[in-house]
Design a protein around this ligand. Structure first.
Ligand code: ARG
Length: 588
Protein backbone atom coordinates (compact mmCIF):
# COMPACT_ATOMS: atom_id res chain seq x y z
CA UNK A 1 0.00 0.00 0.00
CA UNK A 2 1.13 3.56 -0.63
CA UNK A 3 2.01 4.98 2.75
CA UNK A 4 0.77 8.24 4.09
CA UNK A 5 4.30 9.58 3.98
CA UNK A 6 4.61 8.71 0.31
CA UNK A 7 1.35 10.46 -0.44
CA UNK A 8 2.48 13.53 1.45
CA UNK A 9 5.80 13.54 -0.39
CA UNK A 10 4.04 13.39 -3.69
CA UNK A 11 1.65 16.20 -2.80
CA UNK A 12 4.51 18.38 -1.56
CA UNK A 13 6.54 17.76 -4.72
CA UNK A 14 3.56 18.75 -6.86
CA UNK A 15 2.99 21.89 -4.79
CA UNK A 16 6.59 23.09 -5.18
CA UNK A 17 6.42 22.40 -8.92
CA UNK A 18 3.09 24.20 -9.34
CA UNK A 19 4.50 27.19 -7.45
CA UNK A 20 7.33 27.35 -9.99
CA UNK A 21 10.04 25.48 -8.09
CA UNK A 22 10.21 22.05 -9.73
CA UNK A 23 13.82 21.47 -8.68
CA UNK A 24 13.01 21.43 -4.98
CA UNK A 25 13.24 17.98 -3.44
CA UNK A 26 10.27 18.05 -1.15
CA UNK A 27 10.78 15.47 1.54
CA UNK A 28 8.16 15.34 4.28
CA UNK A 29 9.35 14.14 7.67
CA UNK A 30 7.91 13.72 11.13
CA UNK A 31 7.85 17.05 12.88
CA UNK A 32 10.59 17.65 15.39
CA UNK A 33 8.32 20.26 16.97
CA UNK A 34 5.19 18.21 17.67
CA UNK A 35 3.82 21.18 19.61
CA UNK A 36 3.61 23.14 16.34
CA UNK A 37 2.68 20.57 13.73
CA UNK A 38 2.58 16.87 12.89
CA UNK A 39 4.84 16.77 9.87
CA UNK A 40 7.24 19.18 8.27
CA UNK A 41 8.97 19.82 4.98
CA UNK A 42 12.23 21.74 4.74
CA UNK A 43 12.48 21.75 0.94
CA UNK A 44 12.40 25.53 0.65
CA UNK A 45 15.65 25.88 2.60
CA UNK A 46 17.64 23.87 0.05
CA UNK A 47 15.52 25.35 -2.75
CA UNK A 48 16.72 28.83 -1.81
CA UNK A 49 20.23 27.87 -2.90
CA UNK A 50 19.01 26.53 -6.24
CA UNK A 51 16.77 29.51 -7.04
CA UNK A 52 18.88 32.21 -5.36
CA UNK A 53 16.03 33.72 -3.41
CA UNK A 54 14.77 33.88 0.17
CA UNK A 55 13.59 30.47 1.43
CA UNK A 56 10.52 32.10 2.93
CA UNK A 57 9.39 33.22 -0.52
CA UNK A 58 9.47 29.64 -1.81
CA UNK A 59 7.86 28.30 1.35
CA UNK A 60 4.95 30.73 1.13
CA UNK A 61 4.29 29.98 -2.51
CA UNK A 62 4.41 26.22 -1.88
CA UNK A 63 2.21 26.54 1.20
CA UNK A 64 -0.46 28.27 -0.83
CA UNK A 65 -0.56 25.37 -3.28
CA UNK A 66 -0.18 22.59 -0.74
CA UNK A 67 -3.02 23.87 1.40
CA UNK A 68 -5.35 22.95 -1.48
CA UNK A 69 -4.48 19.27 -0.95
CA UNK A 70 -7.19 17.32 0.88
CA UNK A 71 -4.44 15.66 2.92
CA UNK A 72 -3.90 18.66 5.15
CA UNK A 73 -5.96 20.64 7.61
CA UNK A 74 -3.30 23.31 7.66
CA UNK A 75 -0.07 24.15 5.85
CA UNK A 76 1.95 27.03 7.24
CA UNK A 77 5.13 28.63 6.08
CA UNK A 78 7.29 29.38 9.11
CA UNK A 79 10.44 31.40 9.28
CA UNK A 80 13.07 30.93 7.91
CA UNK A 81 11.39 28.64 5.36
CA UNK A 82 9.83 25.61 6.97
CA UNK A 83 6.49 24.15 6.01
CA UNK A 84 4.51 23.09 9.07
CA UNK A 85 1.98 20.44 8.18
CA UNK A 86 -1.11 19.26 10.04
CA UNK A 87 -3.11 16.39 8.63
CA UNK A 88 -6.79 16.59 7.87
CA UNK A 89 -8.60 14.23 10.26
CA UNK A 90 -10.55 12.77 7.32
CA UNK A 91 -7.36 11.94 5.43
CA UNK A 92 -5.89 10.29 8.50
CA UNK A 93 -9.00 8.21 9.14
CA UNK A 94 -9.00 7.20 5.48
CA UNK A 95 -5.42 6.05 5.74
CA UNK A 96 -6.19 3.98 8.80
CA UNK A 97 -9.09 2.34 7.06
CA UNK A 98 -6.63 1.34 4.36
CA UNK A 99 -4.07 0.11 6.89
CA UNK A 100 -6.80 -1.96 8.47
CA UNK A 101 -7.47 -3.80 5.22
CA UNK A 102 -3.90 -3.94 3.94
CA UNK A 103 -1.76 -7.05 4.39
CA UNK A 104 1.05 -6.67 6.95
CA UNK A 105 -0.64 -3.53 8.31
CA UNK A 106 0.53 -1.60 5.29
CA UNK A 107 4.14 -2.78 5.15
CA UNK A 108 5.31 -4.04 1.76
CA UNK A 109 6.11 -7.73 1.59
CA UNK A 110 9.78 -6.99 0.94
CA UNK A 111 10.80 -10.59 1.51
CA UNK A 112 8.38 -12.15 -0.91
CA UNK A 113 10.14 -14.75 -3.05
CA UNK A 114 13.28 -14.58 -0.93
CA UNK A 115 14.84 -16.96 1.55
CA UNK A 116 16.67 -15.85 4.66
CA UNK A 117 18.67 -18.09 6.97
CA UNK A 118 18.74 -16.92 10.55
CA UNK A 119 21.47 -18.39 12.71
CA UNK A 120 20.72 -17.79 16.39
CA UNK A 121 20.64 -19.58 19.70
CA UNK A 122 24.05 -21.15 19.20
CA UNK A 123 24.06 -23.12 22.44
CA UNK A 124 26.99 -25.41 23.08
CA UNK A 125 26.05 -29.01 23.66
CA UNK A 126 26.66 -30.23 27.21
CA UNK A 127 27.97 -26.85 28.30
CA UNK A 128 25.77 -24.60 30.40
CA UNK A 129 23.86 -21.85 28.62
CA UNK A 130 25.24 -18.41 29.28
CA UNK A 131 23.59 -15.02 29.05
CA UNK A 132 24.93 -14.52 25.53
CA UNK A 133 22.89 -17.49 24.43
CA UNK A 134 19.79 -15.97 25.99
CA UNK A 135 20.17 -12.74 24.05
CA UNK A 136 20.94 -14.56 20.84
CA UNK A 137 17.78 -16.66 21.17
CA UNK A 138 15.55 -13.72 22.04
CA UNK A 139 16.83 -11.39 19.33
CA UNK A 140 17.07 -14.10 16.67
CA UNK A 141 13.54 -15.35 17.30
CA UNK A 142 12.19 -11.81 16.90
CA UNK A 143 13.99 -11.28 13.60
CA UNK A 144 12.83 -14.62 12.31
CA UNK A 145 9.20 -13.78 13.07
CA UNK A 146 9.62 -10.34 11.57
CA UNK A 147 11.19 -11.59 8.36
CA UNK A 148 8.44 -14.18 7.98
CA UNK A 149 5.83 -11.48 8.53
CA UNK A 150 7.42 -9.44 5.74
CA UNK A 151 7.12 -12.32 3.31
CA UNK A 152 10.46 -14.10 3.56
CA UNK A 153 10.83 -17.82 3.63
CA UNK A 154 12.66 -17.69 6.95
CA UNK A 155 14.72 -20.61 8.17
CA UNK A 156 15.94 -20.51 11.76
CA UNK A 157 18.91 -22.71 12.60
CA UNK A 158 20.13 -23.19 16.18
CA UNK A 159 23.63 -24.07 14.94
CA UNK A 160 24.74 -25.93 18.04
CA UNK A 161 28.34 -25.96 19.14
CA UNK A 162 28.66 -29.74 19.16
CA UNK A 163 32.07 -30.53 17.77
CA UNK A 164 34.67 -29.12 20.07
CA UNK A 165 36.93 -30.19 22.86
CA UNK A 166 33.94 -30.37 25.24
CA UNK A 167 33.04 -33.68 23.61
CA UNK A 168 36.49 -35.12 24.23
CA UNK A 169 36.42 -33.89 27.82
CA UNK A 170 33.11 -35.60 28.52
CA UNK A 171 34.10 -38.80 26.78
CA UNK A 172 37.41 -39.03 28.60
CA UNK A 173 35.79 -38.28 31.94
CA UNK A 174 33.22 -41.02 31.30
CA UNK A 175 35.93 -43.45 30.29
CA UNK A 176 37.64 -42.97 33.61
CA UNK A 177 34.45 -43.21 35.62
CA UNK A 178 32.87 -46.12 33.77
CA UNK A 179 35.63 -47.92 31.87
CA UNK A 180 33.37 -50.96 31.39
CA UNK A 181 30.91 -49.23 29.11
CA UNK A 182 30.80 -50.93 25.70
CA UNK A 183 31.77 -47.67 23.98
CA UNK A 184 35.28 -48.06 25.32
CA UNK A 185 35.65 -51.73 24.47
CA UNK A 186 37.76 -52.17 21.33
CA UNK A 187 36.50 -55.80 21.11
CA UNK A 188 32.85 -54.75 21.06
CA UNK A 189 31.45 -56.60 18.09
CA UNK A 190 27.66 -56.22 18.33
CA UNK A 191 26.06 -54.41 15.42
CA UNK A 192 24.57 -51.74 17.61
CA UNK A 193 25.34 -49.97 20.87
CA UNK A 194 22.68 -49.65 23.58
CA UNK A 195 19.88 -47.26 22.70
CA UNK A 196 19.70 -45.85 26.17
CA UNK A 197 22.23 -43.16 27.06
CA UNK A 198 24.46 -44.10 30.01
CA UNK A 199 23.76 -40.73 31.65
CA UNK A 200 20.98 -38.19 32.24
CA UNK A 201 21.05 -34.47 31.64
CA UNK A 202 21.82 -33.85 35.33
CA UNK A 203 24.76 -36.26 35.05
CA UNK A 204 26.01 -34.35 32.02
CA UNK A 205 25.64 -31.07 33.82
CA UNK A 206 27.91 -32.37 36.51
CA UNK A 207 30.34 -34.26 34.25
CA UNK A 208 31.29 -31.40 31.95
CA UNK A 209 32.33 -28.86 34.60
CA UNK A 210 34.17 -31.61 36.49
CA UNK A 211 36.07 -32.65 33.37
CA UNK A 212 36.77 -29.09 32.40
CA UNK A 213 38.18 -28.29 35.85
CA UNK A 214 40.24 -31.48 35.86
CA UNK A 215 41.80 -30.64 32.50
CA UNK A 216 43.12 -27.42 33.93
CA UNK A 217 45.11 -29.06 36.68
CA UNK A 218 45.83 -32.49 35.25
CA UNK A 219 47.99 -32.35 32.11
CA UNK A 220 47.62 -36.08 31.48
CA UNK A 221 43.87 -35.81 31.52
CA UNK A 222 43.95 -32.79 29.25
CA UNK A 223 46.09 -34.65 26.72
CA UNK A 224 43.79 -37.66 26.88
CA UNK A 225 40.75 -35.42 26.28
CA UNK A 226 42.43 -33.96 23.22
CA UNK A 227 43.16 -37.47 22.03
CA UNK A 228 39.53 -38.47 22.60
CA UNK A 229 38.34 -35.44 20.61
CA UNK A 230 40.66 -36.45 17.82
CA UNK A 231 39.45 -40.06 17.87
CA UNK A 232 35.86 -38.89 17.73
CA UNK A 233 36.63 -36.63 14.81
CA UNK A 234 38.33 -39.53 13.05
CA UNK A 235 35.06 -41.43 13.33
CA UNK A 236 35.78 -43.96 16.11
CA UNK A 237 32.67 -46.15 16.32
CA UNK A 238 32.20 -46.28 20.08
CA UNK A 239 32.98 -42.60 20.53
CA UNK A 240 30.59 -41.68 17.77
CA UNK A 241 27.81 -43.65 19.46
CA UNK A 242 28.57 -41.90 22.73
CA UNK A 243 28.63 -38.56 20.95
CA UNK A 244 25.11 -39.18 19.68
CA UNK A 245 23.94 -39.94 23.20
CA UNK A 246 25.43 -36.69 24.45
CA UNK A 247 23.82 -34.83 21.57
CA UNK A 248 20.37 -36.33 22.08
CA UNK A 249 20.25 -35.90 25.83
CA UNK A 250 21.49 -32.35 25.50
CA UNK A 251 19.11 -31.44 22.68
CA UNK A 252 16.09 -32.67 24.60
CA UNK A 253 17.02 -30.36 27.43
CA UNK A 254 17.75 -27.43 25.13
CA UNK A 255 14.41 -27.83 23.39
CA UNK A 256 12.72 -27.53 26.75
CA UNK A 257 14.70 -24.43 27.62
CA UNK A 258 14.02 -22.74 24.32
CA UNK A 259 10.34 -23.69 24.43
CA UNK A 260 10.07 -21.96 27.81
CA UNK A 261 11.33 -18.85 26.03
CA UNK A 262 8.87 -19.20 23.14
CA UNK A 263 11.85 -19.77 20.86
CA UNK A 264 11.76 -22.39 18.12
CA UNK A 265 14.02 -23.49 15.30
CA UNK A 266 13.34 -25.00 11.92
CA UNK A 267 16.73 -26.68 11.92
CA UNK A 268 18.54 -28.31 14.79
CA UNK A 269 21.85 -28.56 13.03
CA UNK A 270 25.26 -28.08 14.48
CA UNK A 271 28.93 -27.80 13.77
CA UNK A 272 29.27 -31.59 13.55
CA UNK A 273 26.85 -31.79 10.61
CA UNK A 274 29.12 -29.94 8.24
CA UNK A 275 32.36 -31.80 8.91
CA UNK A 276 31.91 -33.79 5.66
CA UNK A 277 32.14 -30.54 3.69
CA UNK A 278 35.48 -29.42 5.07
CA UNK A 279 37.91 -31.44 2.95
CA UNK A 280 36.20 -30.44 -0.29
CA UNK A 281 36.06 -26.82 0.72
CA UNK A 282 39.77 -26.83 1.57
CA UNK A 283 40.62 -28.36 -1.78
CA UNK A 284 38.59 -25.64 -3.44
CA UNK A 285 40.35 -22.85 -1.52
CA UNK A 286 43.64 -24.49 -2.47
CA UNK A 287 42.68 -24.70 -6.14
CA UNK A 288 41.74 -21.03 -6.18
CA UNK A 289 45.14 -20.17 -4.72
CA UNK A 290 43.65 -18.62 -1.60
CA UNK A 291 45.33 -20.79 1.07
CA UNK A 292 48.56 -19.48 2.45
CA UNK A 293 50.91 -21.12 4.88
CA UNK A 294 51.75 -19.16 7.98
CA UNK A 295 53.91 -20.78 10.67
CA UNK A 296 52.61 -24.20 9.74
CA UNK A 297 48.99 -23.10 9.75
CA UNK A 298 46.75 -22.42 6.74
CA UNK A 299 45.19 -18.98 6.41
CA UNK A 300 43.28 -16.90 3.86
CA UNK A 301 44.16 -13.24 3.48
CA UNK A 302 41.07 -11.10 3.75
CA UNK A 303 42.34 -7.57 4.23
CA UNK A 304 40.95 -5.06 1.74
CA UNK A 305 42.43 -1.75 0.56
CA UNK A 306 39.73 0.39 2.17
CA UNK A 307 39.99 -1.17 5.63
CA UNK A 308 40.13 1.38 8.40
CA UNK A 309 41.13 -1.21 10.95
CA UNK A 310 43.21 -4.29 10.52
CA UNK A 311 41.37 -7.41 9.42
CA UNK A 312 43.77 -10.25 10.16
CA UNK A 313 44.01 -13.35 7.96
CA UNK A 314 41.32 -15.94 8.55
CA UNK A 315 42.74 -19.05 10.22
CA UNK A 316 41.48 -22.18 8.46
CA UNK A 317 43.66 -24.97 9.81
CA UNK A 318 46.00 -24.96 12.79
CA UNK A 319 49.52 -26.27 12.55
CA UNK A 320 48.45 -29.48 14.36
CA UNK A 321 45.88 -30.11 11.64
CA UNK A 322 42.86 -29.05 13.74
CA UNK A 323 40.05 -27.06 12.15
CA UNK A 324 38.67 -23.93 13.72
CA UNK A 325 35.46 -22.02 14.36
CA UNK A 326 35.85 -20.19 11.03
CA UNK A 327 36.41 -23.46 9.15
CA UNK A 328 33.13 -24.84 10.42
CA UNK A 329 31.26 -21.62 9.73
CA UNK A 330 32.53 -21.61 6.15
CA UNK A 331 31.59 -25.25 5.66
CA UNK A 332 28.15 -24.39 7.04
CA UNK A 333 27.76 -21.74 4.35
CA UNK A 334 28.74 -24.32 1.73
CA UNK A 335 25.98 -26.58 3.00
CA UNK A 336 23.40 -23.82 3.29
CA UNK A 337 24.05 -22.68 -0.28
CA UNK A 338 23.58 -26.22 -1.45
CA UNK A 339 20.47 -27.09 0.54
CA UNK A 340 18.55 -23.85 0.93
CA UNK A 341 19.74 -21.32 -1.69
CA UNK A 342 19.32 -18.40 0.70
CA UNK A 343 19.26 -14.82 -0.55
CA UNK A 344 20.26 -13.51 2.84
CA UNK A 345 22.11 -14.65 5.93
CA UNK A 346 21.60 -13.26 9.37
CA UNK A 347 23.65 -14.20 12.44
CA UNK A 348 23.36 -12.85 15.91
CA UNK A 349 25.97 -13.40 18.61
CA UNK A 350 27.88 -11.48 21.21
CA UNK A 351 29.53 -8.49 19.52
CA UNK A 352 32.95 -9.83 20.42
CA UNK A 353 32.52 -12.21 17.50
CA UNK A 354 32.18 -9.36 14.98
CA UNK A 355 35.67 -9.83 13.54
CA UNK A 356 35.16 -13.57 13.18
CA UNK A 357 32.08 -13.02 11.03
CA UNK A 358 33.73 -10.27 9.00
CA UNK A 359 36.54 -12.69 8.16
CA UNK A 360 34.18 -15.56 7.38
CA UNK A 361 31.98 -13.41 5.10
CA UNK A 362 35.04 -12.17 3.26
CA UNK A 363 36.43 -15.65 2.68
CA UNK A 364 33.01 -16.83 1.52
CA UNK A 365 32.84 -14.05 -1.09
CA UNK A 366 36.46 -14.26 -2.10
CA UNK A 367 36.28 -18.00 -2.64
CA UNK A 368 32.97 -17.73 -4.47
CA UNK A 369 31.19 -19.88 -1.87
CA UNK A 370 28.55 -17.15 -2.15
CA UNK A 371 28.14 -14.61 -4.94
CA UNK A 372 29.33 -11.09 -4.21
CA UNK A 373 25.82 -9.67 -3.85
CA UNK A 374 24.67 -12.15 -1.19
CA UNK A 375 23.47 -10.23 1.86
CA UNK A 376 25.41 -11.44 4.92
CA UNK A 377 24.78 -9.69 8.18
CA UNK A 378 26.03 -10.16 11.68
CA UNK A 379 24.27 -8.41 14.52
CA UNK A 380 26.59 -8.23 17.51
CA UNK A 381 24.92 -7.61 20.81
CA UNK A 382 26.23 -6.27 24.10
CA UNK A 383 26.34 -7.98 27.46
CA UNK A 384 23.49 -8.47 29.86
CA UNK A 385 24.93 -7.26 33.14
CA UNK A 386 23.86 -7.62 36.75
CA UNK A 387 23.28 -4.59 38.93
CA UNK A 388 26.98 -4.64 39.79
CA UNK A 389 27.76 -3.83 36.16
CA UNK A 390 29.38 -7.23 35.57
CA UNK A 391 28.03 -9.99 33.32
CA UNK A 392 24.89 -11.35 34.93
CA UNK A 393 25.40 -14.24 37.33
CA UNK A 394 22.96 -16.15 39.48
CA UNK A 395 22.79 -15.50 43.19
CA UNK A 396 25.38 -18.15 43.97
CA UNK A 397 27.69 -16.68 41.35
CA UNK A 398 27.24 -19.63 39.01
CA UNK A 399 26.35 -19.69 35.35
CA UNK A 400 22.85 -18.63 34.47
CA UNK A 401 20.19 -21.31 34.42
CA UNK A 402 17.37 -20.08 32.34
CA UNK A 403 14.79 -21.80 34.50
CA UNK A 404 15.86 -19.82 37.55
CA UNK A 405 15.92 -16.59 35.66
CA UNK A 406 12.36 -17.17 34.49
CA UNK A 407 11.29 -18.30 37.93
CA UNK A 408 12.69 -15.16 39.57
CA UNK A 409 11.03 -12.81 37.15
CA UNK A 410 7.73 -14.68 37.34
CA UNK A 411 7.78 -14.35 41.11
CA UNK A 412 8.49 -10.64 40.87
CA UNK A 413 5.49 -10.28 38.56
CA UNK A 414 3.26 -12.33 40.82
CA UNK A 415 4.12 -10.10 43.75
CA UNK A 416 2.75 -7.15 41.80
CA UNK A 417 -0.52 -8.75 40.79
CA UNK A 418 -3.19 -7.30 43.03
CA UNK A 419 -6.32 -8.57 41.27
CA UNK A 420 -8.84 -10.01 43.72
CA UNK A 421 -10.88 -11.69 41.03
CA UNK A 422 -8.38 -14.19 39.74
CA UNK A 423 -7.92 -17.64 41.23
CA UNK A 424 -4.39 -18.53 42.40
CA UNK A 425 -3.90 -20.88 39.48
CA UNK A 426 -5.13 -18.31 36.95
CA UNK A 427 -2.77 -15.82 38.54
CA UNK A 428 0.16 -18.18 38.34
CA UNK A 429 -0.54 -18.90 34.70
CA UNK A 430 -0.80 -15.20 33.87
CA UNK A 431 2.40 -14.47 35.81
CA UNK A 432 4.35 -16.88 33.61
CA UNK A 433 3.10 -15.15 30.47
CA UNK A 434 3.83 -11.70 31.90
CA UNK A 435 7.21 -12.79 33.27
CA UNK A 436 8.35 -13.91 29.85
CA UNK A 437 7.20 -10.60 28.39
CA UNK A 438 9.08 -8.73 31.12
CA UNK A 439 12.27 -10.65 30.36
CA UNK A 440 12.07 -10.37 26.59
CA UNK A 441 10.91 -6.78 26.45
CA UNK A 442 13.61 -5.86 28.97
CA UNK A 443 16.14 -7.26 26.56
CA UNK A 444 14.69 -6.21 23.22
CA UNK A 445 13.88 -2.63 24.21
CA UNK A 446 17.59 -1.88 24.43
CA UNK A 447 19.55 -1.15 21.32
CA UNK A 448 21.06 -4.57 20.69
CA UNK A 449 24.70 -3.48 20.49
CA UNK A 450 24.58 -1.87 23.93
CA UNK A 451 25.17 -3.56 27.27
CA UNK A 452 22.23 -3.40 29.64
CA UNK A 453 21.46 -4.13 33.25
CA UNK A 454 19.09 -6.98 33.99
CA UNK A 455 16.91 -5.28 36.57
CA UNK A 456 14.10 -7.54 37.75
CA UNK A 457 12.34 -4.79 39.65
CA UNK A 458 12.25 -2.43 36.72
CA UNK A 459 11.48 -5.07 34.07
CA UNK A 460 8.55 -6.49 36.00
CA UNK A 461 6.94 -3.14 36.78
CA UNK A 462 3.45 -2.58 35.38
CA UNK A 463 4.30 1.05 34.68
CA UNK A 464 6.86 2.71 32.45
CA UNK A 465 8.63 1.31 29.42
CA UNK A 466 8.18 -2.38 30.25
CA UNK A 467 6.65 -5.52 28.82
CA UNK A 468 3.99 -5.74 31.55
CA UNK A 469 2.87 -2.17 30.81
CA UNK A 470 2.26 -3.06 27.17
CA UNK A 471 0.34 -6.18 28.20
CA UNK A 472 -1.66 -4.15 30.69
CA UNK A 473 -2.73 -1.86 27.85
CA UNK A 474 -3.83 -4.80 25.73
CA UNK A 475 -5.77 -6.33 28.62
CA UNK A 476 -7.48 -2.99 29.21
CA UNK A 477 -8.54 -2.76 25.56
CA UNK A 478 -9.80 -6.33 25.68
CA UNK A 479 -11.95 -5.61 28.65
CA UNK A 480 -13.52 -2.52 27.06
CA UNK A 481 -14.25 -4.44 23.89
CA UNK A 482 -15.77 -7.26 25.90
CA UNK A 483 -18.01 -4.82 27.74
CA UNK A 484 -19.06 -3.30 24.44
CA UNK A 485 -20.03 -6.70 23.16
CA UNK A 486 -21.84 -7.56 26.35
CA UNK A 487 -21.63 -11.22 25.55
CA UNK A 488 -23.08 -10.79 22.07
CA UNK A 489 -21.24 -12.64 19.33
CA UNK A 490 -20.38 -11.10 15.98
CA UNK A 491 -17.86 -8.72 14.51
CA UNK A 492 -16.96 -5.40 16.09
CA UNK A 493 -17.44 -2.16 14.16
CA UNK A 494 -14.49 -1.74 11.82
CA UNK A 495 -14.64 1.70 10.28
CA UNK A 496 -12.56 4.39 11.92
CA UNK A 497 -13.93 7.94 11.97
CA UNK A 498 -12.08 11.25 11.75
CA UNK A 499 -10.54 12.05 15.12
CA UNK A 500 -12.53 14.38 17.36
CA UNK A 501 -9.82 15.21 19.88
CA UNK A 502 -6.08 15.69 19.88
CA UNK A 503 -5.60 12.54 21.98
CA UNK A 504 -7.54 10.50 19.47
CA UNK A 505 -5.64 12.02 16.59
CA UNK A 506 -2.28 11.33 18.24
CA UNK A 507 -3.19 7.68 18.59
CA UNK A 508 -4.36 7.51 14.98
CA UNK A 509 -1.18 9.17 13.77
CA UNK A 510 0.90 6.54 15.52
CA UNK A 511 -1.19 3.68 14.19
CA UNK A 512 -0.71 4.96 10.65
CA UNK A 513 3.02 4.28 11.11
CA UNK A 514 2.77 0.58 12.01
CA UNK A 515 3.98 -0.68 8.64
CA UNK A 516 6.90 1.66 8.27
CA UNK A 517 8.00 0.88 11.83
CA UNK A 518 8.25 -2.81 11.00
CA UNK A 519 10.16 -2.13 7.79
CA UNK A 520 12.60 0.13 9.61
CA UNK A 521 13.05 -2.42 12.38
CA UNK A 522 13.81 -5.13 9.87
CA UNK A 523 16.15 -3.06 7.71
CA UNK A 524 18.11 -1.89 10.72
CA UNK A 525 17.78 -5.27 12.46
CA UNK A 526 16.54 -3.28 15.42
CA UNK A 527 13.81 -4.89 17.57
CA UNK A 528 14.11 -1.96 19.97
CA UNK A 529 12.33 0.17 17.37
CA UNK A 530 9.27 -2.02 17.69
CA UNK A 531 9.41 -1.70 21.48
CA UNK A 532 9.72 2.06 21.30
CA UNK A 533 6.78 2.20 18.93
CA UNK A 534 4.43 0.04 21.00
CA UNK A 535 5.39 2.00 24.08
CA UNK A 536 4.33 5.20 22.29
CA UNK A 537 1.14 3.54 21.08
CA UNK A 538 0.34 2.34 24.61
CA UNK A 539 0.92 5.80 26.05
CA UNK A 540 -1.20 7.40 23.35
CA UNK A 541 -3.95 4.88 23.92
CA UNK A 542 -3.95 5.37 27.67
CA UNK A 543 -4.14 9.17 27.30
CA UNK A 544 -7.05 8.77 24.91
CA UNK A 545 -8.72 6.34 27.28
CA UNK A 546 -8.38 8.67 30.26
CA UNK A 547 -9.93 11.65 28.57
CA UNK A 548 -12.60 9.98 26.46
CA UNK A 549 -15.94 8.47 27.33
CA UNK A 550 -15.88 5.49 25.08
CA UNK A 551 -18.73 3.17 25.98
CA UNK A 552 -20.94 5.98 27.26
CA UNK A 553 -20.47 8.21 24.22
CA UNK A 554 -23.96 9.37 23.27
CA UNK A 555 -23.41 9.64 19.52
CA UNK A 556 -23.76 6.08 18.27
CA UNK A 557 -21.66 6.61 15.15
CA UNK A 558 -18.85 8.18 17.14
CA UNK A 559 -18.98 5.30 19.61
CA UNK A 560 -18.62 2.82 16.79
CA UNK A 561 -15.64 4.77 15.49
CA UNK A 562 -13.99 4.54 18.91
CA UNK A 563 -14.57 0.81 19.05
CA UNK A 564 -12.99 0.42 15.62
CA UNK A 565 -10.03 2.46 16.81
CA UNK A 566 -9.65 0.22 19.85
CA UNK A 567 -9.85 -2.88 17.72
CA UNK A 568 -7.12 -1.60 15.42
CA UNK A 569 -4.95 -0.54 18.36
CA UNK A 570 -5.31 -4.00 19.82
CA UNK A 571 -4.42 -5.62 16.53
CA UNK A 572 -1.32 -3.49 16.11
CA UNK A 573 -0.16 -4.20 19.66
CA UNK A 574 -0.84 -7.94 19.63
CA UNK A 575 0.81 -8.34 16.23
CA UNK A 576 3.87 -6.51 17.43
CA UNK A 577 4.25 -8.42 20.67
CA UNK A 578 3.89 -11.62 18.68
CA UNK A 579 6.77 -10.44 16.53
CA UNK A 580 8.78 -9.67 19.65
CA UNK A 581 8.11 -13.22 20.79
CA UNK A 582 5.61 -13.01 23.62
CA UNK A 583 1.86 -12.82 24.20
CA UNK A 584 -0.74 -11.26 26.47
CA UNK A 585 -2.73 -12.96 29.25
CA UNK A 586 -6.53 -12.73 29.38
CA UNK A 587 -6.41 -10.82 32.62
CA UNK A 588 -3.75 -9.44 34.90
N1 ARG B 1 28.30 -21.72 19.71
C1 ARG B 1 28.74 -20.37 19.54
C2 ARG B 1 29.04 -19.73 20.90
O1 ARG B 1 28.62 -20.22 21.92
C3 ARG B 1 27.74 -19.52 18.81
C4 ARG B 1 27.42 -19.98 17.40
C5 ARG B 1 26.94 -18.84 16.54
N2 ARG B 1 26.72 -19.22 15.17
C6 ARG B 1 27.66 -19.43 14.26
N3 ARG B 1 27.33 -19.80 13.06
N4 ARG B 1 28.94 -19.24 14.54
O2 ARG B 1 29.70 -18.72 20.94
Amino acid sequence: MISLLERMNEAAGEAFAAAGYPEVSAKVTLSNRPDLCEYQCNGALAGAKIYHCAPMKIAQAAAERLSLSPLFASVEAASPGFLNLTLAPEALADTLNQVRRAPQMGADAIGSGKTIILDYGGANVAKPLHVGHLRSAVIGECLKRLSRFLGYRAIGDVHLGDWGLQMGLIIEELRRRQPDLPYFDPQYKAKKYPREAPFTISDLEEIYPAASARSKTDADFAAAAHEATHRLQQGDRGYTALFHHILNVSKADLRKNYAALNVTFDLWKGESDVQPYIEGMLADLEKKGLLKESQGALVVDVSEPGDTKEVPPCLIRKSDGAYLYATTDLATIVEREKLYHPDEYFYTTDKRQAMHFEQVFRVARKAGIVPKERVMEHLGFGTMNGKDGKPFKTRDGGVMRLEYLLKDITEAVLARMTSQEMSPSEKAKAARIIGLAALKYGDLSNQASKDYVFDIERFSSFEGNTGPYILYTIVRINSILEKYRGGRPGALPQILRPARSQAEKSLQLLLSRAGETLLDAFREKAPHRICLYIYDVSNAFNSFYHETRILTEADGEARKGYIALLALTRRVLTTMIYLLGFSAPDRM
